[in-house]
Design a protein. Structure first.
Ligand code: SF4
Length: 365
């Protein structure tokens, strides 16, 4: 199916970015404005249409409607220590063989659990094609380039074409991947013109983020089919989010919805403890129990690897008995990839709270 190139831009322009556009009571609106002054609101019309207005526990609503709990001062603005690992404009090197290029500041939807929400108001320098090509030149150890942001697919086809060319400008590069939430948040972005650009730069990997089966709408299914039809392999990296997908049934439904679209559930990330996201954190012990139940009872194709991304160069480690050193009063000690023992601050198990039903789209809790 061909999708017009202009549809997505029109849709993006119609995104909701003022809490007053939500149907809120005055007191709720005042609270929400306190949050959005720090962490702005943005929801594409497509995502808004997926929220169940009658369900205060709607998993999409929880991910995109601001909560007063985002004002909690704990957590870090930069939980992965990306800023000290900056090696150029928008360029981050946390691993010997990989370069992360932050190429876009904006997204069709501001996910409330985002680990880069520090960049929503002030993104800093972004990486352009020349920055990537210049930095890669002569650096033989780098084998992989990751285009991320923000949402890379909000760039024009022409900009993406140049970025992908730059990512391949050194002959030792084996893997180029794009991290994108657009198949969920703006599926109309997967146009025929975009696919032509992506095809020119194969082999290319698309890493999506779907966190709940409800995100796989008819339009998202079609976007994934178009990507796969263009020969682009798609893997999914979900984030484990309290009240969204922290149950066996939610994970199984997500896995099934992904696999039926030919997408492998790859990673399930323990929350990066970014400021304004801690209400989504699931205790490590419960995360391990959840993944254990999935591994014992369901096809391996449905089950992602449960991992935790430790700050700086320690990187991703599987949450498993081999990485687990011991519990402490405030968290757990985990062995990082570089061999150091790192403290990850855990959260307490808490009963699920219902958000206040005072307004059908508000997240007051
Ligand atoms: S799409 Fe990704 S970068 Fe953008 S707000 Fe969501 S999690 Fe953050």
């Amino acid at each position: 199916m061909s999708v017009k190139s202009t549809t997505w831009q029109k849709e993006l322009a119609a995104s909701l970015d003022d809490p007053a556009q939500l149907d809120l009571k005055a007191a709720t609106l005042r609270r929400m404005r306190r949050v959005t002054k720090i962490f702005p609101l943005r929801i594409s019309p497509h995502v808004l249409s997926l929220i169940d207005p009658k369900n205060t526990r709607c998993p999409i609503r929880r991910q995109v409607i601001p909560s007063i709990r985002e004002l909690d001062q704990n957590g870090s603005p930069d939980p992965l220590d990306e800023e000290p690992c900056r090696v150029g404009p928008g360029l981050v090197q946390r691993f010997n063989d990989r370069l992360l290029a932050l190429v876009s500041a904006n997204c069709p939807v501001n996910c409330r659990h985002c680990n880069r929400k520090r960049n929503w108001r002030k993104a800093g320098n972004l990486a352009g094609p020349e920055d990537i090509a210049r930095w890669l030149s002569g650096r033989r150890k780098i084998r992989e380039v990751i285009l991320s942001g923000g949402e890379p697919l909000l760039l024009s086809d022409r900009q993406l074409d140049k970025l992908l060319e730059a990512a391949r400008s050194s002959k030792q590069i084996e893997i180029v991947r794009i991290h994108s939430r657009a198949p969920f948040s703006l599926p109309s972005r997967i146009t025929s013109d975009l696919l032509r650009v992506l095809k020119r730069h194969q082999p290319l990997w698309m890493i999506t983020q779907f966190n709940h089966a409800r995100e796989l709408s008819t339009q998202a299914d079609q976007a994934l089919k178009r990507l796969r039809g263009a020969g682009i392999p798609v893997l999914n990296q979900a984030v484990l989010l309290r009240g969204v997908n922290d149950s066996v049934s939610a994970q199984v439904q997500l896995g099934r919805a992904l696999v039926s679209n030919g997408v492998k559930p790859h990673y399930l990330f323990q929350l990066d403890r970014a400021s304004g996201t801690l209400h989504f954190q699931v205790p490590v012990k419960r995360a391990m129990q959840l993944i254990g139940r999935l591994q014992r009872n369901y096809s391996g194709l449905l089950v992602p690897h449960l991992v935790i991304d430790l700050p700086g160069r320690e990187g991703k480690v599987p949450i498993s008995p081999s990485a687990f050193v011991r519990s402490t009063k405030t968290g757990v000690l985990l062995k990082g990839s570089a061999g150091r023992t790192i403290h990850y601050q855990d959260t307490l198990e808490q009963p699920q709270t219902d958000d206040s039903p005072c307004s059908y789209l508000s997240n007051d809790g």
